[in-house]
Design a protein around this ligand. Structure first.
Ligand code: FES
Length: 107
């Protein structure tokens, strides 16, 4: 996916993964020493969350923010705490960091 050094603390990055003809948009967040990954798909419309590439967090950097509706999601579990999908959650993906390499398992 990427090197850990390419995803500094407080950062987020989007990726498009290709599996044959299918493409899947995901994003990673590095927050408080932990890497989390989610599908880049809001639970209420299925639309993407970022407003510019690699910008998934609010200005304080402590929540994931939908660029279209300002909905806020906790970084640690993807649960929406404010906005049109409050109480629902982003789809989390399993992350592994080994030898400075970050990888994500889609299923
Ligand atoms: S697309 Fe769901 S909160 Fe914006």
């Amino acid at each position: 996916m990427c090197r850990l050094a390419d995803l500094p603390e407080g950062g987020s990055r989007g990726f498009t993964l290709h599996n044959g003809a299918a493409a899947e948009d995901i994003f990673l967040v590095h927050h408080q020493g932990r890497i989390t990954a989610y599908r880049n798909s809001c639970p209420h419309t299925g639309g993407p969350l970022d407003w510019v590439p690699d910008r998934f967090l609010n200005l304080d950097g402590d929540l994931i923010q939908c660029a279209t509706h300002d909905a806020l999601f906790r970084i640690e579990d993807g649960v929406c705490i404010a906005g049109p999908c409050a109480g629902r959650a982003l789809t989390a993906l399993q992350v592994e960091v080994r030898n400075d390499e970050v990888s994500v398992r889609l299923e």
